[in-house]
Design a protein around this ligand. Structure first.
Ligand SMILES: [Zn+2]
Length: 264
């Protein structure tokens, strides 16, 4: 059984902008119900390849408050051919598909060749600009290249997922008009730079996510993460920003509605 949040009171209206329900051990119905019982009423299920993008939309169609994205992760970029591109484009026509991605660059794990990652990232940026749906970007050890490619593609709506930079980079993203999304790793003791970054993001650019089943917040570290734990991340963010959790829940939910076209 999924567990309730260990310490935070129910906060109605919270949004988990990034989870992979199809990777969780519990059934999507259980994950969604448990999240809603904690007040996490909106979830964006993020596709990482053609099949999981299709599956994300299927889950979104099955549960009120759940939305999907369509895209190909840099780890899977090597398999991205014209047929895959056409399939992603087709999924993007659905109103419950609220973003393009996740996509981006991962020079750390390098599970796909560099050229493939760049090619696929560029295609996703173009799809984002065409559809008006934001591009959800994964960046690992690739900031300079990712920023350059976003510039070259004139990316209009950008969500930096699981932000991993410092305060200077957070300010740089804000200056470009990007949304910056923080995950459970902002609660890890060693990640002082992430807390400084979180304090530097303007209130209208801040988003929160769990990246479930990955990156469980400190109090649950080592366990599978779940969407309701976004409340622990909200708690940590409220502390570093010197604001009330309640206000931050509201602000980040408003930001999510502005960032993700069609999220209601
Ligand atoms: Zn993810």
């Amino acid at each position: 059984m999924a567990e309730k949040n260990p310490e935070l009171a129910v906060q109605s209206g919270a949004v988990d902008t990034h989870c992979h329900l199809f990777l969780m051990e519990v059934e999507p119905a259980v994950a969604v119900e448990t999240a809603k019982a904690s007040g996490v009423e909106r979830l964006i299920c993020i596709g990482v390849d053609v099949e999981t993008s299709r599956r994300s939309l299927e889950i979104a169609d099955s549960f009120e408050g759940v939305f999907a994205t369509a895209g190909v992760h840099p780890h899977d970029a090597h398999g991205f051919d014209p047929a895959a591109s056409a399939r992603i484009e087709e999924l993007l026509h659905d109103p419950r598909v609220v973003a393009v991605g996740e996509c981006g660059l991962d020079w750390f794990r390098m599970l796909s060749p560099r050229e493939d990652q760049i090619r696929v990232f560029r295609t996703h940026i173009a799809l984002s600009n065409e559809t008006g749906k934001p591009v959800v970007v994964h960046i690992r050890d690739a900031w300079t290249d990712a920023m350059r490619i976003l510039d070259e593609g004139s990316a209009e709506r950008v969500v930096i997922h699981c932000f991993s930079g410092d305060a200077a980079l957070a300010r740089e993203c804000a200056a470009r008009g990007y949304w910056t999304s923080f995950a459970g790793n902002v609660t890890y003791p060693k990640n002082e730079h992430l807390r400084a970054a979180a304090a530097a993001v303007p209130p209208d650019r801040l988003l929160v996510e769990t990246d479930s089943p990955f990156l469980a917040p400190q109090k649950l570290r080592g366990r599978a993460n779940a969407p309701q734990n976004v409340l622990l991340t909200l708690g940590a963010l409220a502390e570093v920003r010197g604001t009330r959790v309640r206000d931050l829940v509201e602000a980040t939910a408003n930001n999510a509605r502005k960032a993700f076209q069609g999220l209601r």
